[in-house]
Design a binder for this molecule. Sequence first.
Ligand code: C2E
Ligand code: MG
Ligand code: MG
Ligand code: MG
Length: 293
Amino acid sequence: QSKQAGRNRYTFFDSVLDRKERTKRTRLERIQSGLAQGEFILYYQPKIDMRTHEVVGLEALIRWNHPEWGMLLPGRFLPDVEGTELAIPLGEWVIETVLKQQELWLSHDMELPVSINISGEHLQQAEFLERLTKVMNRHSTVPGRLIEFEILETTALNDISRVSDIMTACQKALKVRFALDDFGTGYSSLTYFKRLPAETLKIDQSFVRDMLQDPEDLAIVQGLIGLTTAFQRNVVAEGVETLEHAAALLEMGCFLGQGYGFSKPMPADKVEKWVAEYHQDNRQPRVSSIPQL
Ligand code: C2E
Ligand code: MG
Ligand code: MG
Ligand code: MG
């Protein structure tokens, strides 16, 4: 009797797991077919030098233009992809799309570095450098220094020396750059910062958002800026939404910012006009160093 019940229970749990697995697989298949059918699109968000009001770069951010559900943010579909084999084709699509876009912009004389968010699976894939070299050779008008990869601290969690070697090899061979994204939110220890050869650190938007109300967040922002200065790395603040944010960051010595205060991410075909207008509007010398948002 009880043996029988135990067996039934197993059967019950097995089928729940099966069902979860099946729906995840269905969602992955849907993402895969969406990729094949061109439903993914990259938006771009400008990065600003808040001293000079110059656009100094762009970050590519993926969206899924779903035929039924509309424009989906990465939070809606990337968690399904993470840790699966689909992370690599999706990531390669992002890289190739950015390179094509860069070719077009360069042919229009717009030369701005573009940052690409890259997953841990993708970066740590065997032959990452070889495959990146091939695609960059196919788009050889784009110099490596105009491509930056943003990695999360969790990317290096399991093997910091391997990730550091991959980064160094890419920097040497292709002149591409690296940034540590969302810094301070993961399991980061300062060892990551020291041992990973990223040129740039991006302060997570959660610290920037609250720094004017929360003295501890302000101290974190200040500390990270001090750290990057001491290590001679660049620092970018994410989530700059207000004039007050920008002014405080400038005062603390962080000159580069990204956020809704400057622009939300926009489709590629809006970028050139936006950059031209932003520069036009800010051409007059400023009496103060307080940025125009
Ligand atoms: P992230 O790389 O840290 O990108 C910044 C996110 O913050 C973006 O969200 C951006 O739209 C949003 N953001 C920018 N400025 C502000 C602001 O002032 N206020 C607020 N509240 N938010 C702001 P998004 O596009 O939803 O992307 C979320 C995350 O998805 C990214 O975080 C990145 O980790 C990941 N992601 C995006 N595109 C890709 C991709 O092509 N590949 C990979 N592997 N991950 C990606
Ligand atoms: Mg990023
Ligand atoms: Mg970030
Ligand atoms: Mg993020």
